[in-house]
Design a binder for this molecule. Sequence first.
Ligand code: FAD
Length: 402
Amino acid sequence: MTVTATTTAGPASPTGARAAGLLDRVRTFVHDELLPSSEHFDSLPAVPTAASVRLAEAGLANWWIPAEYGGHGVPLCDSVDIVSELAYGDGGFAFGSFLSVLGTTMLQLSGADALARPHLERLARDGGVLGILASEEEAGSELARITTTYRRDGDRVVVGGDKYFSTNTDAADLLLVVARDATDDAEFRVVLVPRHTEGVELVKRWNMVGMRGSATYQVALRDCAVPAAHCLPGNGLRLLEIGLNASRVLIAATAIGMARRVRDLAMEYASSKRVHGAALVRNAVFAGKLGQIEMLIEVMRSQCRAAAAEFDSHLAGDAPAAALYRVGTLRSALAAKMYCGQAGWQVATLGSEMFGGLGYTHDHPIGKLVRDLRYVGLVEGGDDVIRELLFTRYVVPTGKRR
Ligand SMILES: Cc1cc2nc3c(=O)[nH]c(=O)nc-3n(C[C@H](O)[C@H](O)[C@H](O)COP(=O)(O)OP(=O)(O)OC[C@H]3O[C@@H](n4cnc5c(N)ncnc54)[C@H](O)[C@@H]3O)c2cc1C
């Protein structure tokens, strides 16, 4: 199996050169560690997987953490290609490997350097993951309705509630819990809760349809007491929204990698499958489908890189936290996630059809890719939620936006 990168422009800066070197190492990692064991990742493997441990040993974990914390400092724009490569190997592995970007972005922009720095330095040095606990069963995507609370108790805060979905929680050292002030309904904070705090209970690991190489849990927080200083400053929902820009772009980027894999598997299959006395690969209908897939891959990548470049430009500004607090959710990031969810699903449908009946079995990797690709349009906001965000933030007259 050849691992093919989509077209990548040559490095234009020292950061670009570093990112290009890292991308080559990731490509080798995918070839050696992920592609040979794709069935293993579909079996809900114990986490951290041996491959995550090797990613950290190779110094590739959490590659986006800025150099000031000891990380590689790869911009989000270049992370799009790194995530595409990882997802080419396994979507779930990729998701578990980059999702901490949501938490590291919140830590980095929170304005609480003394609290955040040791965690960012540890994640850069040793690898490891963060758990982000926002979603709840009843509130759904209306996060302003969450019922998990924090209450002040002397020099501590006590966090309690039930979180429906949280990826990486068991393997994480630190959980970032989005909670409401028990005494003020309108006040939200992100509270840092060490994973092994008394009262953190994993209710179950979800038996997901796809992305089974990652691990997502239902979690109960039973009066978890942490120092009051563990509350990140600033509105917790706004901080979450800022971090979601980065993770939504990278979720979108997983669709690029998985679509490239579908394309390559189709080419492999079509070189030996014969139709009307000739190899399928020479058939004009087949060529049309592959042309369509290539167009979708190219547009997905362009949109992801455009959204990532916009996010990077905010981070590179004089006051990134203030700028991002003002802007909140980026239109380009919403568009990237929604477009890649839809385009990825088109590729999945075209792809599974191409293998005939084999495309509907567990005996060929295409079945797993179809299941994995579905998550792009669901996680961190389904299409209805993204459409509503685009409408309320970017379509209605400026004075009335919320
Ligand atoms: C693999 C996986 C990993 C995850 N990891 C995490 C994690 O680490 N941390 C975390 O906090 N969460 C996580 N989640 C949760 C995930 O982000 C949510 O499931 C997702 O955003 C959808 O929200 P929901 O489940 O609350 O459903 P909802 O968004 O509430 O949707 C339920 C239904 O209501 C409809 N609906 C909702 N809002 C609207 C609207 N405005 N207009 C019209 N219809 C609407 C939807 O279309 C859908 O039909 C994960 C989920 C999965 C599947």
